[in-house]
Design a protein around this ligand. Structure first.
Ligand SMILES: *Cc1c(COP(=O)(O)O)cnc(C)c1O
Length: 346
């Protein structure tokens, strides 16, 4: 029997239809900006977010790294939450490649607030580190797929604008936020100077992210940084074709992933109080707090693996389950058949 892989929504494999779109894509050399499929994807994604420009990049990490460098010069500061992907999972790239200082605030479910941010913003001055930008993550990965409410994002935008700061969105899963909240992508887009959005998570493409930019003059510097990071690709239109296919076919269906995540959460919440709050499962990530059991994350993951179910430990006693387009209802049933007894007995 095949594995039920709930480690991440990055594990999806391109479907037959997606592979067909890739096989027949028109291509050219994108370092010369001559790949028509990449250009089409960039134009489409820029338009979805209501911005004038976008750049295709190999990964969300590179997308975030490019965007942060566009909005913050070396030695100045970007503020983000302490669990943000940009400071948790990017190998220190902001510091190493951008020379940026990141300052982190502990935030409930990763969601920054105006009250937390405002006292931390530092002014210009030779003996301080001037704050230049704030980065938010929509949805929040380590925050259990939490969705920033639109009103909160608007407040953060108003704050950052009033201090002359830029605002970046790590929108790796902004598609999930859009489907869960019903907020149009353009309404999210309008709030940010830069966004990085992933095609290779819930949308199911094998490779690729897009940096969206609010000012067309950012494109040339962005291309230069991408090149310097080794991200200039040639006939990568075969990858962009997967992204175009994903935008057409795999956005609305994220609602199914969210429903399956809720089903997992509701069922597991009944096994043991405090393990997971189904009311906080807004999208496709189900965080399990194993501190209410006598299991640790590695033990649970090993037990599940032996029964054909893969889960991720994201802390010593924290596990997450992630739904995606290669997980159907039968797979959820199988996962519950493995998880419920071990959690009940723990
Ligand atoms: C996955 C992810 C990224 C990008 O990761 P890559 O592995 O570089 O594609 C960025 N931000 C968040 C929040 C993510 O979950």
């Amino acid at each position: 029997m095949s594995l039920v892989d709930l480690r991440s929504d990055t594990v999806t494999r391109p479907s037959a239809g997606m592979r067909q779109a890739m096989a027949t894509a028109d291509v050219g050399d994108d370092v010369y900006a001559e790949d028509p499929t990449i250009t089409a994807l960039e134009e489409q994604v820029a338009a979805l977010f209501g911005h004038p420009a976008a750049l295709f990049v190999p990964s969300g990490t590179m997308g975030n790294q490019i965007a942060m460098r566009l909005i913050c010069p070396p030695a100045d500061e970007v503020i983000c939450d302490a669990d943000a992907h940009v400071v948790s999972y990017e190998g220190g790239g902001a510091a190493q490649h951008g020379g940026l200082q990141t300052r982190t605030l502990v935030a409930d479910r990763g969601l920054l607030t105006v009250d937390a941010l405002e006292p931390q913003l530092r002014p210009e001055g030779y003996h301080t580190v001037p704050t230049r930008a704030v980065a938010v993550e929509q949805t929040h990965n380590r925050g259990g797929g939490a969705v920033y409410p639109l009103a909160l994002l608007k407040d953060i935008r108003a704050l950052t604008s009033s201090y002359g700061l830029r605002l970046h969105c790590d929108g790796a899963r902004i598609w999930n936020a859009h489907v869960a909240s019903g907020v149009p992508l353009g309404e999210y887009g309008a709030l940010f100077d830069t966004l990085s959005v992933c095609l290779s998570k819930g949308l199911g493409a094998p490779v690729g992210s897009v940096v969206v930019m609010s000012d067309a003059s950012m494109v040339e510097p962005a291309r230069a940084i991408r090149r310097r990071l080794g991200g200039g690709m040639r006939q990568a239109g075969i990858l962009a074709a997967a992204g175009i296919y994903a935008l057409a076919n795999n956005v609305d269906r994220l609602a199914e992933d969210h429903a399956r995540a809720r089903r997992l959460a509701t069922s597991l919440a009944g096994v043991r109080p405090g393990l997971v709050d189904p009311g906080l499962v807004e999208t496709n990530i189900v965080p399990l707090d194993l501190s209410v059991t006598d299991l640790d994350a590695a033990t649970l993951a090993a037990h599940c693996r032996a029964s054909g179910v893969l889960v991720s430990g994201v802390g010593p006693r924290r596990v997450r389950l992630v739904t995606h387009l290669d997980v159907d209802d039968a797979a959820i049933d199988r996962a519950l058949d493995v998880l419920r007894p071990v959690l009940a007995a723990s």
